[in-house]
Design a protein around this ligand. Structure first.
Ligand code: FES
Length: 90
């Protein structure tokens, strides 16, 4: 599926995040995911905080991201949808 463009055709620097509980928040692209979740009143589980354990995995538009080492990316549509990743082996 081709990415949607916002009306200006540029990648948006502000990103509206739709969280699993239905809340939405708007943050600047480049904000740490853990900080963005905290601003939304949500806590992403963590472990190592170094990118190796996977405890903080979330799905961003269907792609798995380790939230402790990743930032909110710019988005052509200006929106991202987050789901908490479920790992049956945890
Ligand atoms: S907390 Fe371990 S990979 Fe993020």
């Amino acid at each position: 599926m081709a990415p949607r463009s916002n009306p200006s055709g540029r990648v948006s620097r502000s990103v509206t995040i739709r969280w699993p509980d239905g809340r939405t928040t708007t943050v600047k692209a480049g904000s740490p995911w853990l900080q963005a979740a905290q601003q939304a009143g949500l806590t992403i589980p963590t472990g190592c905080l170094g990118g190796s354990c996977g405890a903080c995995e979330i799905e961003v538009n269907g792609r798995v991201v380790r939230a402790c080492i990743a930032a909110v990316p710019p988005s052509r549509s200006g929106e991202l949808t987050v789901e908490l990743a479920s790992d049956p082996y945890w």
